[in-house]
Design a protein around this ligand. Structure first.
Ligand code: FES
Ligand code: FES
Length: 152
């Protein structure tokens, strides 16, 4: 049985190593904060961090994550960058239906961990793989700027 390092804990996963991480999280481990959207690495709803970098968990097999550090939305608030992003999301009332937002928050957190003061172009580039059918992009951008300011 493969073991994954998820949110700071070694977790045995009762699934084949070819199973995408998304299914291990949601179906095997009951961690439903990470969402299924397209299942084809096209929408970003399923984004988690692998060693701090955003990846599409629907298209990343368990075998690619063994020995790596996975962070999901359930633990994104464990550091000050994730906390600032979450607070800015609440302040700007970013979510509409909310479906894409866990993936959006993961990508935004990865961006701000790497870049303290991202420009609009940086934000657009970093968030381009996260689709929002409700069109919350303007609020997402404002919230990322706000989070960056609160961390400065
Ligand atoms: S569900 Fe993974 S990218 Fe859409
Ligand atoms: S808030 Fe509805 S899809 Fe983004």
């Amino acid at each position: 049985m493969p073991t994954l390092h998820i949110n700071g804990k070694e977790t045995a996963v009762d699934a084949d190593e070819s199973t995408p991480i998304l299914w291990a999280l949601r179906d095997t481990l009951g961690m439903t904060g990470t969402k299924f959207g397209c299942g084809q690495a096209l929408c970003g709803a399923c984004t988690v961090l692998l060693n701090g970098a955003p990846v599409r968990s629907c298209s990343t097999p368990i075998s690619a994550a063994v020995g790596q550090k996975i962070t999901t939305i359930e633990a994104v608030g464990q550091d000050k960058v994730g906390q600032a992003v979450q607070a800015a999301w609440v302040k700007h009332d970013v979510a509409q239906c909310g479906y894409c937002q866990s993936g959006q928050i993961m990508s935004a957190t990865a961006l701000l961990r790497g870049k303290k003061k991202p420009s609009d172009a940086d934000i657009d580039a970093a968030m381009a793989g996260n689709i929002c059918r409700c069109g919350t992009y303007v609020r997402i951008r404002a919230a990322i700027h706000d989070a960056a300011q609160s961390l400065a």
